[in-house]
Design a protein around this ligand. Structure first.
Ligand code: ADP
Ligand code: ASP
Ligand code: MG
Length: 425
């Protein structure tokens, strides 16, 4: 007998039919002798639709109200799933984030879980009930509803799994595990049997959408084992845990992310403290930075480029409009059509030559590198967004990650891939 937390993403609960299938799966788990807690996302594209409604009313929705609005999506799916389970003759009860004991800090729209009160869930299990928890939401110290950032139901599931000491946190989605890269972008991607926390965290942070990075961070910290698997089949998926089962490869996977933009400040005086002034102003305005590149100066002036999430671009522009004249720079320009492609693998640490092979491969394919950044287990390059798919595919081949089996189920068109990669914005 195992205690399982089973999280179902938007696609898995997109219609009443699919909700009924999820109910059947939960019942099956119980019949096999397991205890189970379900965590659900909002149905299909509900969260996007709710965001659309908010922006139709105002250009700048107040964060508190937006969280309240977005949290309703998961409250619809949780009740429908509880009803569907009851219809199969099993007891079920839905719980909002607050009722499930998810306490967060007060950072609306991307709140962090600070405590999990497990009593109600444990009481429900004790009473033979299948608890169905609304993902993505919690409650802050002011009793206000918060949400955990896009994809946040993954984090709810991991937190609940930790809170009730579950044996495993199963994350069901429309892919049957974690692949060497998004199988819809590179159809030759291979499913991985297991991925260690460090690699998964880098992959998620670098834009691999299959698991929210906060969820992986939480799982790594508290040693929660995640099983990423398909909502539409019984196939074994991918285990995310401390160690690999097989010998690790040099590169575990490749992620791409088009949600960042590049800003270049031109004609900056090359004197001490100028960069400090500019970046302090950006930090004060809550602009997150990823890569920073300073060019060689010529005639006492230089250019500095940085990348920032698309969501921070408005604030970056406001700051630079003010600060650029103050620091004596000439102008700033924005390039939104960039993509970050990242190679990830703890195996990289003991394997020189990753960078040279990556650069050579991109060069051979006529893909220009705009910027580079590295960590001990990641190499990221910025390329033109239009070349992102090609970059992922040729690196995937060059690092020996291609599989002979095609993931043909849902290969997307070039436009669909581009739209998918823009999702994070
Ligand atoms: P859910 O809505 O269930 O949370 P997501 O859309 O968040 O599901 O995550 C599943 C999607 O993640 C897949 O459809 C796939 O296209 C994408 N994805 C990106 N990178 C990977 C990867 N490395 N392995 C598997 N899927 C990936
Ligand atoms: N419904 C939320 C979203 O679309 C949370 C989630 O699906 O995990 O981001
Ligand atoms: Mg998701």
């Amino acid at each position: 007998m195992s205690l399982i937390v089973a999280k179902f993403g938007g696609t898995s609960v997109a219609s009443p039919e699919r909700i009924k299938n999820v109910a059947k799966r939960l019942v099956r788990m119980r019949q096999q002798g397991n205890e189970v807690v379900a965590v659900v996302s909002a149905m299909g594209k509900t969260t996007d639709e709710l965001m659309g409604l908010a922006s139709a009313v105002t250009g700048a929705p107040p964060a508190r109200e937006l969280d309240r609005l977005l949290s309703t999506g998961e409250q619809v799916s949780m009740t429908l799933l509880a009803m569907a389970v009851e219809a199969l003759g099993y007891k079920a009860m839905s719980f909002t984030g607050r009722q499930a004991g998810i306490q967060t800090d007060g950072t609306h729209n991307k709140a962090k879980i600070v405590k999990v009160h497990n009593e109600r869930i444990l009481d429900a299990l004790e009473a033979g009930v299948i608890p169905v928890v609304a993902g993505f939401q919690g409650i802050d110290a002011n009793d206000d509803i918060t949400t955990l950032g896009r994809g946040g139901s993954d984090t709810t599931a991991v937190a609940i799994a930790w809170g009730i000491n579950a044996d495993v946190c199963e994350i069901y989605s429309d892919v049957d595990g974690v692949y060497t890269t998004d199988p819809r972008v590179a159809p030759r991607a291979k499913k991985l049997d297991s991925v260690c926390y460090d690699d998964m965290l880098e992959l998620s942070s670098a834009g691999s959408g299959v698991l929210q990075s906060r969820a992986v961070e939480f799982a790594r910290k508290w040693k929660v084992v995640i099983h990423s698997r398909s909502a539409f089949s019984d196939a074994e998926g991918t285990y995310i845990k401390e160690e690999y089962e097989m010998e690790e490869a040099v590169i575990t996977g490749i992620a791409s992310d088009t949600s960042e933009v590049k800003v270049t400040v031109r004609g900056l005086p090359d004197t001490p403290a100028v960069a400090a002034k500019m970046f302090s102003a950006l930090a004060a305005n809550n602009v997150n930075l990823d890569m920073i590149i300073q060019n060689v100066s010529e005639g006492g002036v230089t250019d500095i480029s940085f990348t920032t999430p698309g969501a921070d671009l408005g604030r970056a522009k406001d700051t630079l409009e003010r600060i650029v004249p103050q620091i004596g720079a000439r102008e700033f320009i924005v390039d939104e059509d960039i993509a970050k492609v990242s190679l990830v693998g703890t195996g990289m640490k003991s394997s020189p030559g990753v960078a040279s092979r990556a650069f050579q491969t991109l060069g051979d394919n006529n893909i220009n590198i705009v910027a580079i950044s590295t960590s001990p287990i990641r190499l990221s390059v910025i390329v033109d967004a239009a070349q992102a798919t090609q970059a992922v595919q040729c690196l995937h081949t060059a690092f020996g990650l291609d599989s002979d089996d095609l993931f043909v189920e849902t290969q997307l068109s070039a436009e669909e891939i581009a739209a998918k990669m823009k999702k994070g914005r």
